[in-house]
Design a protein around this ligand. Structure first.
Ligand code: NOJ
Length: 592
């Protein structure tokens, strides 16, 4: 095995990072050669047997992340919360939910992360709070409460009475089904909630709201955290006229998104946040804005370092390519669309700005089940997908379990789901008879967020080593074979391939800093591109199919004889032409 392995991986040939390289790319953009690992605390590791993951559980598993080699941990929300949306509904921004532990547990986690040379980034959820946050409790208490204007309150539509069907101030539909407005019977007004009715939207037009958020962010930085992942941050500036949205035939609600995505003051707010929170502060921070619907041109503005807004954004184009009118309208992926989309983002942020790179997070189904083959070719397709993603220009994000090739889960019935989006969607479509239970379940099995939220598979024991109690959502039965202990023990595993990809980014400057050039845009099976930095050129190839596929790249025979930096299958011939085996990936390197 060992000699075979050396053939796949030749670390001795990697380029050296020189002092000149460091100087040229500067310390302040350290995240260009970093890899981020996302933890969904509820599902990572449970230390006290209550079936829910917690902070001491995370601390106890940090060595797994050190061994993987990641630089930054992004922690999904751990703040006090009624857990309507698993913590994305926050009732106290400056505490820890007892389910997850205490502030002392948090400080210990942070210290242990730093002791291992990693950084910790918090989730910042400030488009909305929980309806149980004291700010909202005050705001809803009367129409003249000083905090009334901290949220979006409106009377019924003109000529209608509060509570009449269709009397909501706009026709917008919520992301979690139903209207975006909830009537508060006591004051006779509606409040806006783009997500669940327990997630009222904050009114960023009010300067007191903004200053309260900035003060809270400074408090976490003073505590030692290293930055923020900003939840749906491009929704904080709304068109204050709140116009109706377009409502297509058959649609239950109008589409309000043109009136709240990247709204009129979004750049002003982010620049103000940067000045109020980060300017003049010592340290190496990371900010990433989650931005559904963001365009390349807007992203270039958001991430242009000279504008001081955010370091990078999460865009959603590539994870919408297998969907039609809604996320539940599932279509097969056409690889040419994926190349066109990611290629446009690479080109658009080449000169100014920066990309984040991801396949997975807590809102997306598992990538090996989605764009790969989670059966016979699970390991090969997972490692191919990792290779293609990590070799793009940008900062890669690994979602917990992705490094094990974890798959979607075999949900049998609606009772197996926990996610508010999935459960609400089922109720909204099955109860009134718009679709059959089986039709809705078929889409949920493919796209539900719960696919990402089943417990982390640590070992083959009954609850996968996640908990000694009853897990809050069932463990995937394939943990008997797909688990961290088995992956760490096996050199050809997804874990070790991801470890090598991360190491490659750290050691080979062309991976972090090289330019990007897409090849074979019309090929339906082979993803191919080059990266170049000065005299170093890399060729990256991935076969997105279960058949042999020739890679007809320019200069193929010469590339075949060049240095193979990393591949995911043994016995790669070193003479051309290049024919990729099912789900095979290769990275070649040459100098000129
Ligand atoms: C985006 C988060 O990633 C998702 O999990 C959450 O439900 C919504 N924002 C609302 O906070």
């Amino acid at each position: 095995m060992d000699s075979l392995w050396r053939r796949w991986w030749r670390p001795h040939t990697l380029g050296q990072v020189t002092e000149a390289t460091r100087d040229r790319y500067g310390q302040d953009q350290w995240w260009k050669s970093a890899v981020v690992y996302q933890i969904y605390p509820r599902s990572f590791a449970d230390s006290n047997g209550d079936g829910i993951g917690d902070l001491p559980g995370i601390t106890s598993r940090l060595d797994h992340l050190s061994a993987l080699g990641v630089d930054v941990i992004w922690l999904s929300p751990v703040y006090p919360s009624p857990q309507d949306d698993n913590g994305y509904d926050i009732s106290d921004y400056q505490g820890i939910d007892p389910t997850f532990g205490t502030l002392a547990d948090f400080d210990e986690l942070l210290a242990q992360v730093h002791a291992r040379g990693m950084k910790l980034v918090m989730d910042l959820v400030v488009n909305h709070t929980s309806d149980e946050h004291p700010w909202f409790v005050e705001s809803r208490s009367s129409t003249d409460n000083p905090k009334r204007d901290w949220y979006w309150w409106r009377g019924p539509r003109e000529g209608m009475a509060a509570g009449d069907p269709g009397a909501e101030p706009t026709n917008w539909g919520s992301f979690f089904s139903g209207p975006t407005w909830e009537l508060d019977a006591a004051t006779g007004e509606y409040y806006l909630h783009l997500f669940s009715r327990k997630q009222p939207d904050l009114n960023w037009e009010n300067p007191q709201v903004r200053e309260a958020v900035y003060a809270m962010m400074r408090w976490w930085l003073d505590r030692g955290v290293d930055g923020f992942r900003m939840d749906v941050i491009n929704m904080i500036s709304k068109d204050t006229a709140l116009p109706d949205g377009h409502q297509g035939p058959g649609a239950h609600h109008g589409d309000g998104s043109p009136h709240f995505l990247c709204g009129p003051r979004i750049h002003e707010f982010l620049q103000e946040m940067h000045a109020a929170v980060f300017a003049g502060r010592d340290g190496a921070f990371l900010t990433v804005g989650e931005m559904p619907g963001v365009t390349v041109d807007e992203a270039r503005l958001f991430t242009d370092p000279a504008r001081r807004e955010v370091d990078m954004v999460f865009q959603f184009e590539h994870v919408g390519l297998d969907q039609g009118d809604s996320k539940w309208d599932v279509r097969p992926l056409d690889l040419r669309d994926l190349k066109a989309s990611l290629g446009r983002w690479q080109a658009g942020l080449a000169e100014s700005g920066w990309n984040s790179l991801y396949w997975n997070n807590h809102d997306q189904p598992r990538i090996v089940s989605r764009f790969g083959d989670d059966g016979e070719h699970r390991v090969t397709s997972a490692t191919m997908l990792g290779t293609v993603l990590h070799l793009h220009r940008g900062t890669p994000y690994v979602y917990q379990g992705e490094e094990l090739g974890m798959t979607n889960a075999p949900f049998a019935s609606i009772e197996d789901f926990r996610d508010i989006e999935s459960v609400n969607h089922y109720r909204a479509w099955v109860d009134p008879g718009h679709q059959s239970a089986e039709e809705v379940l078929a889409a949920l099995r493919v796209m539900s967020r719960d696919n990402a939220r089943t417990p982390m598979q640590w070992d083959e024991s009954p609850h996968a080593g996640f908990t000694t109690g009853e897990p809050w959502i069932a463990v995937n039965p394939n943990h008997a074979t797909v688990n961290a202990a088995a992956a760490v023990a096996e050199e050809g595993s997804v874990f070790h391939h991801y470890r090598r990809l991360i190491e490659l980014r750290h050691k080979e400057p062309a991976v972090a800093h090289g330019d990007f050039h897409m090849l074979l845009p019309h090929d339906e099976r082979v993803y191919a591109f080059t990266r170049r930095l000065e005299d170093v050129e890399l060729l990256v190839l991935g076969n997105f199919s279960g058949e042999d596929a020739p890679a007809d790249v320019p200069d193929a025979e010469a590339w075949a004889g060049s240095e193979l930096l990393l591949g995911n299958l043994p016995d790669v011939p070193d003479t051309g032409p290049i024919v990729l085996r099912p789900w095979e990936a290769r990275i070649y390197r040459r100098t000129s």
